[in-house]
Design a binder for this molecule. Structure first.
Ligand SMILES: C[S@@+](CC[C@H](N)C(=O)[O-])C[C@H]1O[C@@H](n2cnc3c(N)ncnc32)[C@H](O)[C@@H]1O
Length: 307
C-alpha cells in the first residue's frame, strides 16, 4: 500500500545501508519520484547533506522537493532526465558522494488514470513520464508498422504473443485510432483469446510495459547513465561529477535493465574503477513483497568507485 505520498520506496533499508550517506555528503537522487528514498537518505546522513533531485515528472519533482525542504537542508531540483546529471553537476562543480537511480515509474503515476500507464484505470493512451513533451503511447500504437509494434512488444515486453497482438492492433486501428488505455487492454485480451484465462498476469501487462519503455526511451537513458558512471569513475580528481569514492545504487524492475546494470558494474570492477558492493542483486524480503507488491521484481545493485 502506498503511503500518503502515493508511493512507497522499495528496499528502503537496503538502499540506505549500501549508500551509507555521511554528514555533509552530496546525495543525488536521479529519480526523485515522491522523495521517499531521498528523505530516508538525507535523514541517515544525520548532518548537513546536500540533496540534488532529478525527475522528468515536474509534479513528482515538486512534491519531492517540498518534502526534502522540510528537513531544512540544501536541496536542488532539476526537471531534467538523469542523462543530463553528469553535465549538470560538472558544470556546477559539484561531486556526488551517493547516487541512486530507482528506475521506471512511481505508484502515483500509475494510479492517475490521465497519465495513461494503467490498463485497469481507463485514460488517454499517454505514458510519458514528462507529459509536457515527446511522443505518446497513442502516437506509437497508431503509427508504427505491424512489424515494429510486434518487435517493440516482444523485445521490451518479452511478450510471447507479440505478433498476434500487433496484428490485432493494426487491424483495429483501421476502423478508428486507438486512443484509450481500456481499448488497448481489451484488444490485447482479445488477441490472447482463451489463453487470457490461464495467464497469471493481466494479458496487457507486458504490452503496456513495452510501450512505456519505448515512449520514454528508458533503456537508452539507462545506457547513457551507465556510461556516465564509467567516465565519472575514470576521473580520480575533482573534475568529475562523481566523488572519487562515490557509491552508486540502481534499482531495476525489468530483466533488460538489470542485465545492463550487472554487466556495467562487473566491467567497472574488471577495469579496477570500482568495487561491487553487491555480488548478487538484493531482493525485497517476503514481508516487503507482501506489504508492497511493487517491490516483487525489484533488483538492487551497487558499486563504490575507486577501490
Ligand atoms: C520508481 S519512481 C522513484 C520513486 C522514489 N525513489 C521515491 O522513493 O519516491 C521513478 C521516478 O523516476 C522518474 N524517471 C524515470 N526515468 C527518468 C529519467 N530518465 N530521468 C529523470 N527521471 C526519471 C519517474 O518520473 C518517477 O518519478
Amino acid at each position: 500500500m502506498p503511503d500518503d505520498s502515493g508511493h512507497l520506496p522499495v528496499l528502503p533499508n537496503q538502499v540506505c545501508d549500501l549508500l551509507d550517506p555521511q554528514e555533509n555528503d552530496v546525495i543525488v537522487d536521479l529519480t526523485a519520484g515522491r522523495g521517499g528514498h531521498a528523505e530516508l537518505l538525507a535523514k541517515r546522513a544525520n548532518g548537513n547533506p546536500t540533496v540534488i533531485l532529478f525527475d522528468l515528472d515536474e509534479a513528482n519533482l515538486e512534491f519531492a522537493t517540498a518534502r526534502l525542504e522540510k528537513l531544512s537542508i540544501r536541496v536542488q531540483a532539476h526537471h531534467e532526465s538523469f542523462v543530463t546529471a553528469a553535465s549538470t553537476l560538472t558544470d556546477s562543480g559539484i561531486q556526488a558522494n551517493c547516487v541512486l537511480a530507482d528506475l521506471g515509474f512511481s505508484s502515483n503515476q500509475m494510479d492517475e488514470a490521465k497519465r495513461g500507464f494503467s490498463f485497469g484505470n481507463d485514460g488517454p493512451l499517454d505514458m510519458r513520464l514528462d507529459p509536457s513533451k515527446g511522443t505518446t503511447a497513442a502516437d506509437l500504437v497508431n503509427s508504427l508498422s505491424e512489424k515494429e509494434l510486434a518487435d517493440t512488444i516482444y523485445f521490451l515486453g518479452e511478450e510471447p504473443y507479440s505478433r498476434r497482438i500487433a496484428q490485432k492492433i493494426t487491424l483495429e486501428r483501421q476502423e478508428k485510432p486507438i486512443l484509450r488505455t481500456a481499448r488497448l487492454a481489451q484488444l490485447v485480451r482479445d488477441a490472447y483469446g482463451a489463453r487470457a484465462r490461464s495467464s497469471r498476469l493481466h494479458p496487457a501487462t507486458r504490452t503496456f510495459m513495452a510501450l512505456r519503455i519505448a515512449v520514454n526511451g528508458e533503456l537508452d537513458a539507462l545506457d547513457a547513465l551507465l556510461l556516465d558512471v564509467e567516465s565519472g569513475g575514470r576521473k580520480v580528481d575533482s573534475s568529475g561529477w562523481l566523488h572519487p569514492t562515490a557509491k552508486i545504487a540502481v534499482i531495476s524492475f525489468h530483466s533488460l535493465e538489470d542485465r545492463r546494470v550487472k554487466q556495467s558494474f562487473v566491467a567497472l570492477e574488471k577495469k579496477e574503477l570500482a568495487k561491487r558492493l553487491t555480488r548478487k542483486p538484493i531482493r525485497a524480503t517476503d514481508e516487503e513483497q507482501y506489504l508492497n507488491p511493487r517491490s516483487r521484481p525489484a533488483k538492487l545493485r551497487a558499486v563504490q568507485l575507486g577501490l
